[in-house]
Write a protein that binds this ligand. Sequence first.
Ligand SMILES: [Zn+2]
Length: 318
Amino acid sequence: MRHATALALSSLAVIAAACAPPPVIPVPPPTAAMTAPAARPPAGMSLAAVPSGRMYARASLAYEGGATDDARVFSIGGILVRHPKGMVLFDAGFGPGVDEHFRIGTPLLLRLASKYDRQTTVADQLRAAGIVPSDLTAVILTHAHWDHVSGLEALPGVPVWVSEAELAFVKGEDRAGALSRRLGTDSYRAYDFPDGAYRGFLASRDVFGDGSVVLVPAGGHTPGSIIAFISLPDGKRYALIGDIAWQAEGVDRPAQKPWIARRVDHDREATRDLLVRLNQLKAADPGLVVVPAHDARVWATLPALESTKLAAPSGSAE
Ligand SMILES: [Zn+2]
């Protein structure tokens, strides 16, 4: 029965991929506002990927036009940013309770069509690197779906920053927010976007006041999803885009999620508009590394936690 359902789902994806050439989404040229503004990232600031698990899917289930014989690995984890003024973790990855969380967070049909592997939790990897939960200023969620909050369980007492719209999603009735609700809304802290326009987005929050970590509202995949722009002292620039696209092609083509998977997006039109905007941003700033939360190929290019150990903030920039 399970097999039959999974098979039916795959067959539908095959038919959809074969019969419908992906629509071309028009992309206007980038605007002047989209160029990277000056940032002043301090010495000692670093970024590190902390993968905590993997999921598996065909490219045909990840973006429109993806091939059915193109197996993709979905990374699940957190991205740690160390800054002299604080340490923040973007998303929490899989936690110790992932088996139960998967059941709570994933609709039956998707559960049948998905499998996952767990790796060392983000909390345990941080501990091995000498970082305990109380060292973290916050976990900043790109959004509050189960695969981004599961690891919060192992990070007790750490404030969890979400946009106001995302806090409303967490506290609401949406089944996709069930795990985030259950893990304890007491930890959640809502923030707003008081810092004006940023790269074509109408509002922003400059977390450390130096342009090194800037959050912008990017509702679509969930009502209060965000994009985090990170600028490092070595000139590298990243955009952590959560699940606006699952794989890089979503932005690079641009291409929406396939219709069979697109139902996970709260607002499909807004999500498509964000793909267009991110495509424009890359045209305006070719050095910008766009990081979908689940593209393992992109994650493999990010610094590992071990390699950034010595970059812990010293408080004095020489
Ligand atoms: Zn996700």
